[in-house]
Design a protein around this ligand. Structure first.
Ligand code: GLC
Length: 748
């Protein structure tokens, strides 16, 4: 009997072997990569991991490509793409195409608002559309990989790269980061009008100490898990094709050598499969940061960390072969990296066609692209103040308008940072758009007052003042030149640069109604200037179509709906200040401001609670804040069940009424608070938002779905858990939740 059973088992095993395909189908990308790698020398494999600038086809670059020593180029102009691809495809031994990469951050030719401005739209559909258009324009010039979205969370407007970020909140950044990835990549990367996206900078770059670029980031596991990593997890789950390490160290370990991030979390816990491309020189900088002694060691550290491609350090190119020979680097590390690079090239369809269609009709600045860019600039503008409903202006009731300020007609400045391919000549400035809007109408007196944002020469201010005096209303355009934000553009003082504050004060002193439009790459501490204006529209850098968008908003063709994606501090001394704050043991229920402190006050006479003597506790404007020309009220918050279990989906609804006279959009925000937990919890966390159109006098009901994960957090045992207990839910117009509705629920 035993022999019979044994025989049957043997037969079944043989049958199973015959039935199971022992290798993956030959047409699969995996199989193609395996077959190609089997033919490759180590030299050719290492070549795939080497990324260099492609700006000029020098004899050296020509020969490196022909010898299969280059895998990808960044910044290769359209007119060279087919040349370099022909060299790679026809002259190198194995004919492996090049990956052509570029920073397409907020548009390629048609420039959208800077990502911080796009975040203010709270509109993932619009953000996705913008990325899709950017991919269409960029891919038409041979670019098939963009180094975007940048999804670093930051709470520090001193950091110049806040301009590139989607703001301070992990949930908003996750939703909009995924929207950008979907816009860039679509659902089929082989489509020639799609580009591979790159999640950057992994990780904690936005926590660079002091808001000083490239500086260290010393963050707790809580901060990492709860605030910094979630957007990266979201885009990893959404299928982002590549990741990029940040320049900074995280708790003593440079990102490009950080196995905890790249092996344990990204590849291990998250199971992400894709291509990791270093930042510019970031591998070589590991030595500068004091994490190793030699340049060769930087290459060994990075490749073993899982940094597949070396952007411009040349250390893979120079050292990997010898490191492999002396056993410092494993064959597996190199093979894994090569597989990730070749897989991406197959996914992009580059082996079938790496060439640019030079005969295709140009699609740059297509009217449909400009229309979406304008809509993004409209929805990305945040109305901070509108005294006596000064806005919207009615052209028919105006005889003359003064247009003043260095940003009124600054085509290169309004497009903001990180837009190498833009043509400022295609920008439509506020002056151009308003002049067109008011043609045959009120007289326009245009006086810049200052020639550029940092201009300290005040000799034109008098002319600006006289223009204001003879006008019915002043439109004052202030802010930052584009160069004052972006990479390595950090500022310690967040004022209006140059003599702009004097310009604002001088114009306000005329007593004329002043509408101030702020065009900047970051939140600015301009409380005094805002106090001097009757209405304030914060547009960030609005891109190619900033002018028409601002004009439509000022004259009521569009209604502001933007909400702040980042807190605006009263003063730099409040930084870091953000809505996601926790309660302290001394809540600021009452405090005495510096000017109210009696002279000679005793040390114990003022009470003891958390605040600044000279700034109180509040920011200038909170996260999520933004006004409209109409007014909204929130009422009747409801939950599907008061008590819920970990497997339930909670539905939260709230009624929003448009009590004003304009049809308009409102962004209703849902915040969650866990008052008691095994770790202290933020007073509120954004867990949902709905952008809803409501006609004047009508109301709409917004609805949110919450699951167990929305109540969970990383506890002290590094577990992501939702603890039973009471929670408070808020639906509100901003993170100042007192202006909305709240309800309590209990997780059983
Ligand atoms: C830069 C930036 C990175 C960019 C890369 C290529 O230094 O840090 O965001 O994608 O280099 O330009």
């Amino acid at each position: 009997m035993k022999k019979l059973v044994g025989f049957i088992v043997l037969v079944l095993w043989c049958v199973s072997c015959v039935q199971q395909p022992v290798t993956t189908p030959t047409n699969s990308i995996d199989a193609k990569v395996t077959a190609l790698m089997e033919q490759m020398t180590w030299e050719e494999k290492i070549g795939q991991l080497h990324q260099v600038e492609g700006g000029q086809l020098t004899p050296q670059l020509y020969s490196e490509i022909a010898e299969g020593h280059v895998g990808s180029l960044l910044n290769c102009p359209k007119h060279l793409v087919n040349d370099v691809q022909r060299i790679a495809m026809q002259q190198s031994r194995l004919g492996i195409p090049l990956l052509i990469a570029r920073d397409v951050i907020h548009g390629f030719k048609t420039i959208f608002p800077i990502p911080l401005g796009q975040a203010a739209t709270f509109n993932p559909i619009l953000v996705e559309k913008g990325a899709e258009i950017a991919a269409t324009e960029a891919s038409s010039e041979g670019i098939r990989l963009t180094f975007a979205p940048m999804i670093d969370i930051t709470r520090d407007p001193r950091w110049g790269r806040i301009a590139e970020s989607l703001g301070e909140d992990p949930y908003l950044t996750s939703v909009l980061g995924v929207a950008m990835v979907n816009g860039f990549q679509g659902n089929d990367l082989t489509q020639p009008n799609k580009v591979a996206a790159c999640a950057k900078h992994f990780a904690a770059y936005g926590f660079s100490e002091g808001g000083r670029d490239y500086n260290i980031a010393d963050v707790s596991e809580y901060q990492l898990r709860e605030v910094i990593l979630p957007p990266f997890k979201s885009v990893a789950d959404a299928g982002v094709a590549s990741f990029m390490p940040s320049f900074n160290e995280i708790n003593g370990v440079p990102a490009s050598a950080n196995a905890y991030l790249f092996k344990q979390i990204l590849r291990g816990e998250w199971g992400w499969k894709g291509t990791v491309i270093s930042d510019y020189f970031s591998i070589k900088q590991i030595k500068t940061q004091g994490f190793c002694e030699t340049e060769a060691q930087t290459a060994a550290l990075a490749i073993e960390t899982g940094i597949d491609v070396d952007m411009m350090s040349y250390v893979y190119h120079q050292y990997l072969d010898s490191l492999l020979m002396d056993g410092s680097v494993s064959e597996k590390a190199i093979n894994d990296a090569v597989r990730n690079v070749l897989t991406l090239k197959y996914k992009l369809g580059l082996f079938d066609n790496p060439y640019v269609d030079t005969l295709a009709q140009p699609i740059h600045y297509d009217v449909s692209h400009l229309a979406v860019a304008k809509q993004a600039a409209i929805e990305g503008a945040v109305l901070l103040k509108n005294e006596h409903n000064l806005l919207p202006l009615s052209a028919s009731q105006l005889n003359s308008v003064a247009i003043i300020g260095p940003m009124a007609d600054a085509p290169a400045e309004q497009i903001g940072t990180w837009c190498f391919d833009a043509e400022p000549s295609r920008s439509i400035t506020p002056l151009m758009a308003i002049t067109k809007e008011l043609q045959d109408g009120p007289i326009i007196h245009y006086v810049p007052g200052l020639n550029y944002s940092r201009d300290v020469n005040t000799n034109q201010i008098e002319r600006a003042v006289s223009a204001a005096k003879k006008s019915d209303v002043v439109l004052l355009f202030v802010g930052e030149e584009a160069i004052l934000s972006g990479e390595a553009k950090c500022r310690a003082r967040l004022d209006l640069p140059g003599a702009q504050a004097q310009l604002v004060n001088a114009v306000a002193a005329t007593g004329k109604p002043v509408v101030m439009v702020v065009m900047a790459g970051r939140p600015l501490c301009i409380g005094n200037e805002i106090a001097n204006a009757n209405a304030v529209l914060y547009t960030f850098h609005g891109g190619t179509m900033a002018g028409p968008a601002i004009s439509d908003l000022l004259f009521g063709k569009s209604i502001p709906s933007g909400k702040l994606p980042v807190t605006i501090p009263q003063a730099e001394g409040q930084i870091p200040i953000y809505y996601y704050q926790k309660e302290t043991g001394r809540p600021p229920h009452h405090f005495t401001l510096i000017d109210d402190i009696p002279v000679g006050a005793k040390q114990t006479s003022l009470g003891f609670c958390t605040y600044w003597l000279d700034a109180g506790i509040e920011p200038l404007y909170p996260f999520g804040f933004g006004l409209s020309y109409t007014q909204f009220t929130y009422s009747d918050i409801q939950v599907s069940q008061q008590n819920f279990s970990a497997t339930d989906t909670l539905t939260v609804t709230c009624t929003i009424t448009n009590t004003g006279k304009y049809n308009a959009y409102e962004v209703a925000q849902l915040y969650v608070h866990d008052p008691v937990a095994s770790l202290t919890r933020p007073l509120k966390q954004l867990k949902g938002f709905q952008k809803v159109f409501i006609k004047a006098g009508e109301q709409e009901k917004v609805s949110f779905k919450l699951t167990n994960n929305d109540f969970a957090f990383w506890n002290n045992q590094n577990q992501f858990v939702a603890e039973p207990g009471a929670f408070t839910l808020y639906v509100a117009p901003s993170s100042d939740v007192a202006k909305g509705c709240s309800v309590s629920v209990v997780l059983e």
